[in-house]
Design a protein around this ligand. Structure first.
Ligand SMILES: CCCCCCCCCCCCCCCCCCCCC/C=C/C(=O)SCCNC(=O)CCNC(=O)[C@H](O)C(C)(C)COP(=O)(O)OP(=O)(O)OC[C@H]1O[C@@H](n2cnc3c(N)ncnc32)[C@H](O)[C@@H]1OP(=O)(O)O
Ligand SMILES: Cc1cc2nc3c(=O)[nH]c(=O)nc-3n(C[C@H](O)[C@H](O)[C@H](O)COP(=O)(O)OP(=O)(O)OC[C@H]3O[C@@H](n4cnc5c(N)ncnc54)[C@H](O)[C@@H]3O)c2cc1C
Length: 692
């Protein structure tokens, strides 16, 4: 890339250098970073990760050095090129789906093919018959056809039952007719639809024999495979500039009585019979919503990665950035020189950043557990057993909502913790934050999804017989019986360090969730409160329940397990006392900091007393001290390479200032000739001049 300004090469940052500061931090760690990385990824995934990183880093098409200076159209073209390149590399190196996912994660830019991979393929895989998979899935995997997922409409997104696009069965020709009856039925937002896709999953109301069977998925070819023009009767466009996600062409689409073969209704679960138009019910009504459950589970895992990334940038930068001399405890170099204090040493900075490290680990572990639960569901459902679906839907909905909310808030907190440089694109936060933001809205708005979780829990509580039955089976609500059976219990903490006891933590979280649930049920059942009037409480219930799950899963991950049930990752963790010690501090911080942030609910239930809440704060401060020497090592363990971070502030080598000035010198604005004379005639084009 061209440098437009020559920077004097003899200048270096004042001592100590960033690399020296980070090296010092790393030397303080009480555990082996490589060991923790292995415990997070496992040896197989880590070696694949390293192999793929090497390929991507050295590929000129996937070079990221220019992207901070690009406008939307240029960025979109870059994203298209990089999407094509990943597909070519996947073919050359024979990557499997997991390797493809690693590459996409490292290249880190949504693109025109992203929704093809994340929603179009999974929908056909999950909802298509074997014949449909042969026809659509195989060419789609080879990217011979490119698809999108068009569910949301201009007038409806959250309310899937309210979708207006129709798909009417025509027995005479054995076809469906897809139609947009109103402007509000225009498909809107579908990623990849605007300029790229030639096929789409279209969620439309199935009408057969005059009966409306509600939204179902259909495969519709939308563009000509040779000319790439929209097919007759279909109007398509890009929806225009957005808050972020501008490397993807989100589109709109209108249908004017477009015919597709009956074969194109994805029919793994429900069918329409040739000629008679008879409708065969699915085994579970909500199976056509299956792609959303899958993507929500991925969003939970991704929230952990997003937090890890935000924490890595801000913790490393805070170790390099120095401001003021802390007179009571000055930073002294080996040569005796007193220097300004690293901002990471200020307790306020620690209080802002270390909980983000803890959130990343907590959500990462729950993400793994949910991914496994999803796999278990897929396995069982392939044998016709859908019993896990209700619980999976409830937990993925609430956790998707909670974890993406946490991530959005913490990414912004981390950005702000980097001061002014956090506002520069070179921080690595700008597009990362903008592109992460829609996770709180897509795949179900976060407030709406909490209603799904709370309703499942409330129903379970209302039907107490079924509740005790379900609570034995359900991995997510078993705690409630224990606390509901004895509502006058009190928290046993008598000194701050008692808060470190996992049993105590679980009891506090369990009691608070059970209390909120019981109170809401009382309001609904005995005071006849409407659902709408209870929405704020309902949101609280889902959050309380999901926070319990996060804490429970973290504790579970650290508990000794039988060696049979342990995979390689857990074995590494359990065989290393130093890893367990540091992660126990991280787990405590997560549980206690989250408690403090929601303190009013814990106090209100009467389980925790004001005196105990004071002790809680003392213990949080203690946990921050425990984590301090390991802060940089804990983020290093996430193993997020510079190629992914693309951040001047979060570089592994700490060369923050050298990179800032080098990247600034490449700003194209520095290279253009400007006429700054306010009276210059050249400012106006002739047509504009004529109007003056
Ligand atoms: C080399 C190989 C190359 C190949 C490469 C492959 C690479 C693969 C890579 C894959 C990687 C994946 C990565 C993913 C990354 C993530 C990026 C994602 C990008 C996403 C872009 C955005 C897309 C979208 O947003 S699509 C649109 C999403 N829309 C929504 O989510 C709408 C939200 N609304 C709803 O879901 C519903 O309307 C709802 C749930 C709010 C209400 O539904 P309802 O029908 O009105 O139902 P209700 O009356 O409330 O409930 C009735 C009953 O049904 C239960 N229920 C509801 N939903 C479900 C469900 N989904 N599943 C199961 N059960 C459900 C509900 O609980 C009720 O039950 P009962 O109470 O028992 O009656
Ligand atoms: C970047 C991006 C990419 C997307 N990609 C796709 C895609 O590829 N395919 C696709 O089909 N869709 C896509 N979407 C659409 C997305 O799924 C919807 O925007 C999302 O489901 C929210 O629906 P909505 O826009 O209708 O919000 P609305 O439901 O209109 O929400 C507006 C407000 O009303 C509140 N609200 C609504 N109903 C209730 C209620 N019952 N109780 C309480 N509060 C309520 C919500 O909380 C929210 O605050 C994408 C969206 C974005 C931003």
């Amino acid at each position: 890339m061209t440098s437009y300004i020559k920077i004097p090469s003899h200048l270096t940052p004042s001592d100590p250098q960033g690399s020296e500061l980070l090296a010092r931090e790393r030397s303080k760690a009480t555990f082996d970073v490589n060991e923790l990385t292995l415990a997070l990824y496992g040896s197989e995934e880590l070696s694949r990760f390293k192999k793929i990183l090497k390929i991507l880093e050295s590929d000129p098409i996937l070079d990221k050095s220019n992207i901070y200076y690009m406008g939307r159209t240029e960025l979109f073209k870059y994203a298209l090129r990089k999407d094509k390149r990943i597909i070519q590399l996947a073919a050359t190196h024979k990557w499997n789906v997991d390797e493809f996912k690693i590459a996409s994660r490292l290249v880190d830019m949504s693109g025109p093919y992203s929704i093809h991979q994340s929603m179009f393929l999974p929908t056909i895989l999950g909802q298509g018959t074997e014949e449909q998979k042969r026809k659509f899935l195989n060419p789609a995997i080879r990217h011979e056809i490119i698809g999108c997922y068009a569910q949301t409409e201009l007038g409806h997104g959250s309310n899937v039952q309210g979708l207006e696009t129709t798909s009417t069965y025509i027995p005479e020709t054995d076809e469906f007719e897809i139609h947009t009856p109103h402007l509000t039925a225009a498909k809107w937002w579908a990623g990849g639809l605007g300029r790229t896709a030639n096929h789409s999953v279209v969620m439309a109301r199935l009408i057969t024999n005059g009966q409306d069977k509600g939204p179902h998925p259909f495969i519709v070819q939308i563009r000509d495979l040779t000319t790439h023009e929209p097919l007759p009767g279909i109007t398509i466009g890009d929806i225009g500039p957005k808050f972020g996600f501008n490397t993807t062409d989100n589109g709109f689409m209108l249908f004017d009585h477009v015919r597709i073969p009956r074969f194109n209704m994805l029919s793994k679960f429900s069918k329409v019979t040739k000629g008679t138009g008879e409708y065969k019910n699915p085994p579970n009504e909500k199976l056509s919503y299956g792609t959303m459950v899958f993507v929500r589970s991925v969003i939970i895992f991704n929230a952990g990665l997003a937090l890890a990334r935000a924490a890595t940038i801000s913790v490393r930068y805070s170790a390099v950035r120095r401001q003021f001399v802390d007179k009571e405890n000055p930073m002294i170099l080996p040569n005796g020189q007193v220097v300004e204090t690293a901002v990471l040493d200020y307790t306020m900075q620690q209080y802002r950043l270390f909980p983000v490290i803890a959130q990343a680990y907590a959500i990462y572990f729950t993400g793994e557990i949910i991914t496994n639960l999803y796999k278990q569901y897929i396995d069982q459902s392939s044998r016709g057993d859908f019993s896990l679906l209700a619980d999976l839907h409830a937990s993925t909905s609430g956790l998707k909502s909670l974890t993406s909310d946490i991530a959005v808030d913490s990414i912004e907190d981390c950005r702000r913790s980097c001061g002014g440089h956090g506002y520069s694109n070179f921080s690595g936060f700008t597009r990362f934050y903008q592109d992460y933001l829609p996770n709180t809205t897509w795949e179900g708005d976060n407030y709406i999804l909490t209603q799904q979780t709370a309703r499942y829990i409330i129903h379970s509580k209302q039907q107490s017989e079924e509740f005790s039955l379900r609570s034995n089976e359900s991995p997510t609500i078993f705690y409630m019986l224990r606390y509901l059976s004895n509502p006058s219990q009190k928290c046993t903490v008598i000194s701050p360090s008692d808060f470190k006891n996992p049993e105590v933590q679980l009891a506090i979280y369990g009691y608070r969730a059970a209390y909120l649930i019981a109170r809401a049920v009382d309001q609904i059942d005995n005071h006849k409160k409407s659902w709408n009037s209870m929405l704020v409480e309902i949101n609280r219930i889902s959050r309380a329940h999901c926070q319990y799950i996060l804490v429970h899963n973290f504790i579970l991950t650290l508990q000794p397990q039988t060696s049979d049930s342990m995979n390689e990752k857990r074995r590494i963790l359990h065989n290393s006392p130093s890893l367990k010690t540091v992660l126990t501090s991280v787990c405590n911080l997560f549980a206690l900091h989250t408690m403090e942030k929601n303190l009013s609910e814990f106090l209100e239930s009467g389980y925790l007393s004001p005196k105990q809440s004071e002790m809680l704060r003392v213990q949080i401060s203690e946990s921050l001290n425990e984590i301090r020497p390991n802060a940089v090592a804990l983020v290093d363990a996430f193993y997020l390479p510079d190629y992914l971070l693309n951040s001047a502030l979060g570089r592994y080598d700490g060369k923050v200032y050298e990179t800032m000035i080098e990247w600034a010198s490449k700003e194209p604005l520095n290279g253009i000739t400007l006429d700054i004379n306010p009276y210059s005639e050249k400012l106006f084009r002739n047509d504009v001049k004529a109007k003056i």
